[in-house]
Design a protein around this ligand. Sequence first.
Ligand code: FES
Length: 89
Amino acid sequence: MTYKITYKKSNIELEYCSEKHKNLSILDIAFDHDLFLKAGCRSGYCGTCQYILISGDVKYFYDPPPTAADKGSILICSCYPTSDIVIDA
Ligand code: FES
């Protein structure tokens, strides 16, 4: 499956292909395209990569992640899209 990730504040749309990008997070996809969003540990602990999920659905690699995101937000280092998504990044 292929989904569109819209990084709204950056005004960038990228494609996530579940086969090609297996094990890559929403943050990894951004970094791979030189979109350097705020991040720290990149493993779900520090909460630095928290962004509001405006629309769509994601799944965490580890559920629940080590640190819980605020309601309506996600830790983009630790999840991948399961639909087209828009995030406030
Ligand atoms: S970068 Fe630390 S939780 Fe995502």
